[in-house]
Design a protein around this ligand. Structure first.
Ligand code: PAF
Length: 282
């Protein structure tokens, strides 16, 4: 299994394996891999001759020092999982210095307002950090296709915007959310929940499903109010936001319009652990 800790050796290796007709698929991750990440890798393996997976806990996208410190770092287990899936996957697990070269700061991006909604309101600077690392990784790996989970739908739209504004030659592919059996969206943070919290967290997806049903006959604000009341009466989960927004612009819905595709977004805290989820309302 080829594993690289520095970009120079990785680029040299990729230049040597890439032949005229082969494509590189890329799955950027922050490690603590779960089935959701592995499904992105499977898709990349099915669609490309070579797959690169990066494992890098990116400091500039954390707006909370404690969250960065507590983020699980499990490189050994991660590499085992990847090798079991396919020993030919190329792993890039750089140091902070290999990426940031002594200057750990974010670039300032203009994502045409996508960055100001939802996650952007609650996590200042987060998307500049994401834009910075994804652009940097694309420059190093030069992938043909890159795979992102739809759980972070706002991130997915932001990456697409960054690619189009910078004229980068990479196709961004959004992949379905992988869920636990009770419907909870897979996330590295789920490991930090107690067994009881993890079971009860099914309320998040159940609420999204019911909201989708209600949205067929009710307007945006009615559905939003209903979700607020659900969480007001819950003593384990604190709702940070529930929003219904246009999928393209992420502008919140005030009144349903037939020619728009809407999506519901939710962020919930349980015991200081932040969980997000989303569902298409089509
Ligand atoms: O979604 C993530 O895990 C991260 O935001 C990403 C895309 C790997 C960038 O650090």
């Amino acid at each position: 299994m080829p594993i690289f800790y520095g970009k120079v050796a990785l680029v040299e290796f990729l230049n040597s394996v890439k032949s005229t007709n082969s494509t590189i698929g890329f799955v950027p991750t922050m490690g603590a891999l779960h089935q959701g990440h592995l499904s992105l890798m499977q898709q990349s393996l099915a669609e490309n001759q070579h797959t690169v997976v990066s494992i890098f806990v990116n400091p500039t996208q954390f707006n909370n020092a404690e969250d960065l410190e507590k983020y699980p770092r499990t490189l050994e287990e991660d590499t085992k999982k990847i090798t079991q899936l396919d020993p030919n996957i190329i792993i890039y697990a750089p140091t902070v210095d290999d990426i940031y070269e002594g200057k750990v700061t974010s670039q300032d991006f203009d994502f045409d307002g996508l960055e100001n909604q939802m996650e952007g309101k609650f996590r200042p600077g987060h998307f500049n950090g994401v834009g910075t690392i994804v652009k940097r990784l694309f420059e190093i790996v030069s992938p043909d296709n890159a795979y992102f989970g739809e759980k972070d739908f706002q991130q997915l739209q932001i990456v697409k915007k960054m690619v189009s504004k910078n004229h980068l030659n990479v196709k961004i592919i959004g992949c379905n959310i992988f869920r636990e059996t009770n419907g909870l969206a897979m996330s590295s943070r789920n490991e930090r929940l107690s067994a009881e919290e993890r079971e009860k967290a099914s309320i998040i997806y159940q609420t999204l499903l019911e909201a989708k049903e209600k949205f067929k006959t009710q307007d945006c604000n009615e559905v939003k109010n209903w979700v607020n009341t659900i969480f007001e009466s819950n003593d384990i989960f604190d709702l940070e936001y529930f929003e219904i927004a246009d999928e393209e612009t992420l502008i919140p819905c005030e009144k349903q319009s037939k020619d728009k595709n809407y999506r519901a977004f939710i962020a919930v805290f349980v015991n200081n652990i932040r969980l997000i989820d989303t569902i298409s309302l089509k």
